[in-house]
Write a protein that binds this ligand. Structure first.
Ligand code: ADP
Length: 507
């Protein structure tokens, strides 16, 4: 059936990835809807506000102009000669920039003469208006474009008079637009555009603000528009976009965390599975390792016991084999026991000043027989001036023995072993060098892991438990030292132990 990791990944997919995808899709859809509806709402609100503001402007303007016209009508009713009264009146009505009063036959009643080229502008308009456009007194009309305003007044005696005036743009801006629009509480920018689309007034600099909408004024400012702008970055769409980015970012982080979590769990599970496999290999390897020397010992023991070996030389050889295999057995059992003590945190080291050369030679001695039997060329090069080094001699001896054992075990056609010891940069450096099979670079880190054995057919044939180098590393690290390997397939290996000369103080 399914492996635990396959089950796990299916579960992770169903339980985490699927809901996360649904949440992402729903989140995305609702944000899009929210974006659309907030945009709509925003435009509606802006339109309402613009319409109200435009009405208010027109009301103010009409009010201001009505007041002037009322006073003008009052002046025409009075006895005083109109010219002076109108002069007075205009002096207090800054909104009216220029005013002409024209009688029903087109004669200029005020002022005495047309100014600048006004006759050409006002004349035709007044004539047009007089053709019966203003039947009722007080009706006002604004002429688009040049903003000439016409109003019908009545002179004393009932004679109609046309009042034609133009507005003062500065006063219009200051007293009408500024007072009406400047006070509006809003984050948006309101501007007034004239008939040619020029900005006559704006509540704040428009700059790169975004145009939202415009509404038209009605009769007091025909063809003029009130425009609404949104400062860049403040539009609801941008706010929503920020939310979308935030949501996407947060969701991305969430997904990344989930994926990282799944990947870590997956890796742990694979490691666990690998460990389980390595452990069961270990049990098989150790059992095999124990059985082989035992059966050799038994076979030679039985042969000797039967007294069939009469040749003294042969007998000695059998005894040596038995001794060698028992040593092998002891080493193996020591390795396994030490390894289990280290794993359980129960291993202790007895640190004493130790002479290095005797330790190296003593360790090598245990291998004299296999080295000689297999025709190894052995080189020992120990610097003569080595000081005693504080260490657990048994443990370091065991580490060395493991390295030497490996050098013999993984030898190839060229059989050579060298052990080299010297002090380098204040540390004792012991190298065990062989000309054996060598190890691929990709395996260099792994071989120091517990139970790990290089999965080569040529290695598989050699006995081993996979804890030898793990033990070496434990031992040197307990001495605050390290172990490294330089090796390439077919070129042999160099394992280097580095130990501090004196035990450094803890911490
Ligand atoms: P083992 O009991 O398998 O020897 P070790 O921990 O001592 O376990 O070594 C781990 C693996 O490293 C070995 O299986 C072997 O493949 C590789 N190895 C160790 N020493 C050598 C060496 N001197 N030459 C080639 N391969 C080596």
């Amino acid at each position: 059936m399914w492996s635990p990791s396959a089950r796990f990944s299916t579960l992770a997919l169903v339980a985490i990835v699927a809901p996360a995808t649904i949440v992402a899709v729903l989140g995305w859809v609702s944000i899009r809807q929210w974006e659309a509806s907030s945009e709509l709402l925003y435009r509606e609100q802006a339109r309402d506000m613009a319409t109200m503001a435009a009405e208010k402007v027109e009301m103010m303007l009409r009010h201001a102009e009505d007041a002037v016209l009322d006073r003008l009508q009052g002046a025409l009713d009075a006895d005083t000669p109109p010219a002076r009264a109108v002069d007075d009146l205009l002096a207090h009505a800054p909104l009216v920039r220029r005013l002409y009063l024209i009688g029903q036959r087109g004669e200029l009643l005020y002022p005495r003469a047309w100014k600048d080229g006004d006759a050409a502008i006002f004349g035709p308009l007044v004539a047009e208006a007089a053709k019966g456009k203003f039947e009722r007194s007080g009706k006002r009309e604004v002429v688009a474009g040049n903003q000439v305003c016409l109003a019908m007044l009545v002179r004393r005696g009932g004679e109609p008079v046309v009042a034609a005036f133009i507005r003062d743009p500065d006063t219009l801006r200051r007293e009408i637009f500024e007072t009406t629009l400047g006070a509006l509480e809003s984050s948006i920018i309101i501007a007034v555009l004239d008939h040619a689309g020029r900005t006559v007034y704006s509540r704040a600099p428009i700059g790169d603000a975004q145009h939202v909408l415009s509404v038209r004024f009605r009769e007091t400012l025909p063809d003029w528009r009130l425009a609404v702008y949104q400062a860049s970055g403040a539009a609801p769409r941008q706010a929503v976009r920020r939310q979308v980015m935030l949501f996407t970012g947060a969701f991305g982080v969430l997904v990344a965390v989930i994926v990282a979590g799944i990947a870590t769990t997956w890796r742990l599970m694979r490691r666990e599975t690998e460990m389980t496999r390595l452990k069961s290999d270990f049990v098989a390897n150790v059992s095999h390792d124990l059985k082989t020397p035992l059966s050799v010992i038994r076979m030679f023991g039985e042969t000797l016991e039967m007294g069939r070996v009469t040749d003294e030389g042969k007998r000695r050889e059998y005894y040596r084999v038995i001794t060698r295999e028992s040593e092998r057995l002891s080493r193996l059992i020591d390795n396994v026991l030490d390894f289990s003590r280290i794993e359980g945190g129960r291993q202790t080291y007895e640190m004493t000043p130790t002479a290095v050369e005797p330790l190296i030679r003593g360790t090598l001695e245990a291998f004299t027989y296999p080295l000689a039997q297999q025709g190894f060329k052995v080189d020992v090069d120990v610097a003569s001036d080595l000081p005693d080094v504080v260490m657990d001699a048994d443990a370091v001896g065991q580490a060395l023995a493991n390295l030497i054992d490996n050098a013999i075990k993984y030898s190839g056609d060229e059989r050579a072993l060298a052990v080299d010891a010297r002090v380098v940069e204040g540390r004792l450096v012991i190298a065990v060098i062989d000309r054996g099979l060598g190890i691929a670079t990709t395996e260099h880190a792994k071989i120091f892991e517990k139970f790990y054995r290089v999965g080569r057919s040529d290695t598989q044939g050699r006995r081993g438990s996979g804890v030898g180098l793990a033990l070496v590393r434990h031992i040197v690290e307990a001495h605050r030292g390290d172990v490294t390997v330089e090796s390439a397939p077919g070129e042999g290996s160099r394992f280097t132990l580095r130990l501090p000369l004196a035990r450094e103080r803890d911490g």
